[in-house]
Design a protein around this ligand. Structure first.
Ligand SMILES: Nc1nc2c(ncn2[C@@H]2O[C@H](COP(=O)(O)OP(=O)(O)OP(=O)(O)O)[C@@H](O)[C@H]2O)c(=O)[nH]1
Ligand SMILES: [Mg+2]
Length: 312
């Protein structure tokens, strides 16, 4: 265990990858590791990249890496793929290429499978981020597809969410409106080299007035590189502002609440199961009474919950 913790802090990629697997598999050891590395966390900035399939998220991340590297950042990239189990970076490998000038230790890539359970991915994502943070990665980029519940969850885990649009999918005003969820801090029109990108950009500028988060809007082309320097500079400035520090406080409160909820729900589930098996005689009687309409299931459940919480 100490060797694992040391390995993480020494940015040993193999040990980091093994620990991430432990988190993904809900190995109990993962919790102990997380407790130990926690004091070393809190420095990393996390940015979510979300948007429809093919918007250019991976290409964009790949093209931004050299800029971030020039800011002296060590970068980790996580791709959340709800459809597949862990693919060990395969979905990223074909798009995100490491700049040849970059030290191998300063870039980490990994795909995360999504657990079926609600809230599963955000919990493991948060923990994976802590491991990478403790290991010394300053910037953690999280790619995910779509604009559904998963993205809302992910947006609560990361510091800043970038929603990516592109003219390719023929995004009309309605689609753009639908995509303007409460999750975006930045709206980015990619594929500026394609026709229709400017109209899309202007539409977005028009619509953001309706968004309470006061987001920024950019237009770039991951392919030609247009706008990327300005965009990366802006990002770099943004993550140094006070708003971030405040943001982080709110996040800690949310994290604590989530952790507490998960723990309490787990405990209640265990106790319910325990009661159902240890009090089997009482349960059988109750069920009979429910069938005979001597008691309703609501009152029966209330009685049992009294037993669980107050032992009577
Ligand atoms: N013309 C143009 N094509 C682009 C640009 N950026 C990305 N593409 C292309 O768009 C396609 C999809 O790019 P990806 O980076 O794989 O998109 P993605 O959003 O990561 O896609 P998923 O991971 O499948 O959701 C590829 O063929 C890219 O070459 C751009 O700026 N201009
Ligand atoms: Mg991708």
């Amino acid at each position: 265990m100490d060797a694992i913790v040391e390995g993480i802090l020494a940015k040993n990629k193999r040990i980091i990858a093994q620990t991430i697997s432990k988190i993904d598999n809900e190995d109990p050891l993962a919790h102990d590791i997380l407790k130990k590395i926690y004091p070393k966390t809190g420095k990393a900035v996390t940015i979510g990249f979300t948007g429809p399939a093919g918007a250019g998220k991976s290409t964009l991340i790949g093209k931004l890496i050299p800029y971030f590297k020039n800011f002296g950042m060590k970068i980790a990239i996580l791709a959340v793929d709800p459809t597949s189990p862990i693919t060990g970076g395969a979905i990223l490998g074909d798009r995100v290429r490491m700049p040849t000038t970059m030290n191998d230790d300063d870039l980490f890539m990994r795909s995360l499978g999504s657990r079926g359970a609600q809230g599963g991915i955000s919990k493991s994502l948060r923990n994976v981020i802590r491991i990478l943070d403790a290991a010394g990665y300053d910037l953690i980029l999280v790619e995910s597809v779509g604009a559904g519940q998963l993205e809302v969850e992910i947006s609560k885990v990361v510091n800043l969410t970038i929603v990516i649009f592109n003219p390719n999918t023929g995004d009309n005003v309605q689609a753009v409106k639908a995509g303007l969820t409460e999750i975006g801090d930045i709206y980015l029109v990619n594929k500026a080299d394609l026709e229709g990108s400017n109209t899309l950009y202007l539409t977005l500028l028009d619509l953001i007035g309706e968004s309470p988060r006061n987001p920024l809007v950019f237009k770039v082309s991951a392919n030609t590189g247009e706008g990327l320097e300005e965009f990366s500079n802006k990002l770099n400035d943004l993550i140094k502002t006070d708003k971030w520090i405040e943001n982080r406080k709110n996040k800690q409160r949310y994290d604590l609440e989530t952790e507490l909820k998960v723990m309490v729900i787990e405990e209640v589930k265990n106790r319910s199961l325990q009661i159902m098996s240890s009090q089997s005689e009482k349960i059988s009687l109750l069920i009979n009474s429910i069938i005979e309409k001597k008691i309703d299931p609501y009152t029966a459940a209330e009685e049992l919950s009294l037993l669980i919480f107050h032992g009577k």
